[in-house]
Design a protein around this ligand. Structure first.
Ligand code: NAD
Length: 254
């Protein structure tokens, strides 16, 4: 399927996990793809790798300009770079809150700010095919224990998605988010590695999922590619959960 042929995309955090899977899927479906990441070594072959930090406005500005310089136009933005935080409000201090919100929320704001003028121009040429997709999380609305800071950051991403969708709907720019559940990425691997018995911890984590398994990065990427595609021309201001039923199902023991 080459439904994204002729589209040029920028994926932040595109050198690992969900972002790398998104970059690979957009490429496979015919888009040209630039990857913005702190460490670009994992950027999929065939992408334009741009080393940049989403906490730096100048870095984001320069990376967007480099992508547009290379491709000539920008139709698709996937704002995915994000970091985690574990704890209650008593566990994380102000500096930690600022650090995580700077990446998870302001990173997406900066990316949008620099991309929007280009997206506006592209929308005139490709009606229905110009979009921003944020990687949010079920944490935005789930009330997860010991994830106060992370959940608040993703709650802000959800609100940002809806507000941007409203602001830009008449400009032909669609804005959506995906809400992954627990996705099998290096991030989750790092969390499991901290456990005394990572193998047992992984088995317990899988057993807690409604499907009895984690979501794969490729499954999240397929949802992002749909939201970026012309098939989603009427889809804006929506949060698409790819969570193995975590959010929607209320499973009880039989
Ligand atoms: P990951 O750690 O595998 O990848 C994150 C990527 O973002 C890395 O390549 C990293 O270098 C990059 N990055 C981090 N800070 C950056 C910065 N300041 N500037 C530029 N790049 C930066 O993690 P992942 O699991 O693929 O997570 C990707 C997104 O998915 C995040 O927004 C995360 O909140 C979200 N998410 C993940 C899960 C999960 O279970 N893995 C669940 C829900 C949501």
């Amino acid at each position: 399927m080459r439904d994204l042929a002729g589209l040029n995309a920028l994926v932040t955090g595109g050198a690992s996990g969900i972002g790398a899977a998104v970059a690979a899927e957009l490429l496979r479906r015919g888009a040209r793809v630039a990857v913005l990441d702190l460490d670009t070594r994992g950027a999929p072959d065939g992408t334009l790798a741009l080393a940049a930090d989403v906490t730096s406005d100048a870095d984001v500005r320069d990376a967007v300009a480099a992508a547009v310089g290379e491709f000539g136009a920008l139709h698709t933005v996937v704002s995915n770079a994000g970091i985690g935080a574990v704890g209650t409000v008593e566990d994380n201090g102000d500096d930690e809150w600022r650090r995580v919100l700077d990446v998870n929320v302001l990173g997406m704001v900066r990316t949008a700010r620099h991309a929007l003028p280009h997206l506006r121009r592209a929308a005139a040429d490709r009606p229905g095919a110009v979009s921003v997709t944020h990687t949010c999380s079920i944490a935005a609305t789930a009330g997860l224990p010991r994830r106060a800071l992370y959940s608040a950051s993703k709650g802000a991403v959800l609100s940002l998605t809806l507000a941007m969708a409203a602001d830009h709907v008449r400009e032909g720019i669609r804005v959506n988010c995906v809400n992954p559940g627990t996705a099998d990425t290096p991030w989750v691997g790092r969390l499991l590695d901290r456990a005394d018995d990572p193998v047992a911890e992984r088995a317990a984590l899988e057993a807690r999922q409604p499907m009895g398994r984690l979501v794969s990065a490729a499954e999240v990427a397929a949802a992002v590619a749909y939201l970026a595609s012309p098939a989603a021309a009427a889809v804006t201001g929506t949060a698409l959960a790819v969570d193995g039923g975590m959010q929607g199902l209320r499973l009880r023991p039989a």
